[in-house]
Design a protein around this ligand. Structure first.
Ligand code: DHB
Length: 325
């Protein structure tokens, strides 16, 4: 095999591989976070989106595995921001991304002020896209409200801050969110959050499968891969080059990781597949990605990052690697 490296970075933060956990996956409790710290193939630790006070979250069932992905309506169960802020200020041998959320803009601002005033020097990510709170629309679908919030945030927040975005489905919306983010000192964008408010129907029992919100929930896993790739690609084409991108959504294989990077992702996070397979997934993904790179004689991720080609009239697409067909 060729001499290769999976070395990655987000701005000035270096990682030994492109692999992160998706926020919400195996990152809520001390024991889960410690598992992430000990998982060698995982390059960084992303914490569960935290609110000002601890939350129990929605009623069970609130996460259901599906043949082609998952549906969840967790409702932001978390131990409260101070637990996660303490956790990330201890050295865990790899970089951390502290994910924060809130039920109101005032709550988000309060949590961010606490982080600004703390000794934490790592990355923070503001989740503008939690889809599972009854009565609370996703902020990132309201461009005016997002602009107002970010204007407030960057008045006082001087540490590196990324944002977690929901999927967009209209080219005009890609332009609008990118233009908005390009006006702020955003460190990175994490795209996509779950595809919000799907509905899974069990025809045997004639019921929904998750309890909260009448069964409406966020979709993840294989079924959202093309949406995730479209969002990574569209944002990479529109965001300032210094805004890094974490690609999230639909990763099951090294081929899927390769596709995210080809669309422009700097790093790639994995959610549903960790729930299905456990943390061992990261070793498999690293091996599969490395095999694809060796076959193509690429030695580093920069050799193909963002290099996705479109089809000219004479080209036909054929592939041995894709798992999307
Ligand atoms: C939850 C789900 C999300 O997709 C998210 O970004 C934050 C929280 C949840 O239901 O807990």
């Amino acid at each position: 095999m060729t001499n290769h490296t999976l070395q990655s970075s987000l701005g000035h933060y270096s990682f030994t591989s492109p692999f992160l956990n998706a926020s919400g996956i195996h990152c809520q409790t001390q024991a889960e976070l410690d598992d992430l710290a000990h998982c060698q193939a995982l390059a960084g630790i992303v914490t569960k989106s935290a609110t000002l006070s601890p939350r129990a979250g929605n009623e069970q069932p609130r996460y259901v595995d599906l043949a082609n992905g998952s549906i969840n309506a967790m409702g932001l169960p978390n131990l409260g921001y101070s637990f996660y802020l303490d956790y990330v200020q201890t050295d865990h041998g790899k970089p951390t991304i502290l994910s924060v959320s809130g039920l109101s803009q005032a709550e988000m601002l309060t949590v961010l002020r606490e982080i600004q005033h703390s000794g934490y020097q790592g990355l923070t990510e503001l989740n503008l896209s939690c889809p599972n709170l009854a009565g609370h629309p996703q902020l990132a679908y309201d461009f005016a409200a997002s602009k107002t919030l970010l204007t407030e945030v960057f008045r006082f927040f001087k540490k590196p801050l990324g944002v977690k975005l929901p999927p967009y489905f209209d080219l005009n919306h890609f332009g609008q969110i990118a233009n908005l983010l390009n006006c702020f000192p955003i460190h990175h964008v994490n795209t996509i959050n779950s595809v919000g408010n799907g509905l899974v129907v069990d025809i045997d029992t004639e019921t929904v499968v998750t309890k909260a919100k009448g069964g409406f929930g966020g979709l993840g896993g294989a079924m959202v891969l093309p949406t995730a790739l479209a969002n990574v690609r569209a944002l990479r084409q529109r965001l300032r080059p210094d805004i890094a991108i974490i690609g999230t959504g639909g990763v099951r294989s090294g081929a899927d990781v390769f596709a995210h990077i080809l669309c422009g992702a700097d790093m790639v996070s994995v959610g549903t597949q960790v729930m299905k397979e456990g943390l061992g997934v990261y070793d498999r993904l690293a091996a599969e990605l490395t095999a694809i790179m060796a076959d193509k004689q690429y030695t580093q991720l920069a050799d193909f990052r963002g290099q996705l080609k479109t089809l000219s009239a004479s080209q036909r697409s054929s592939s041995r690697w894709t798992s999307q067909s």
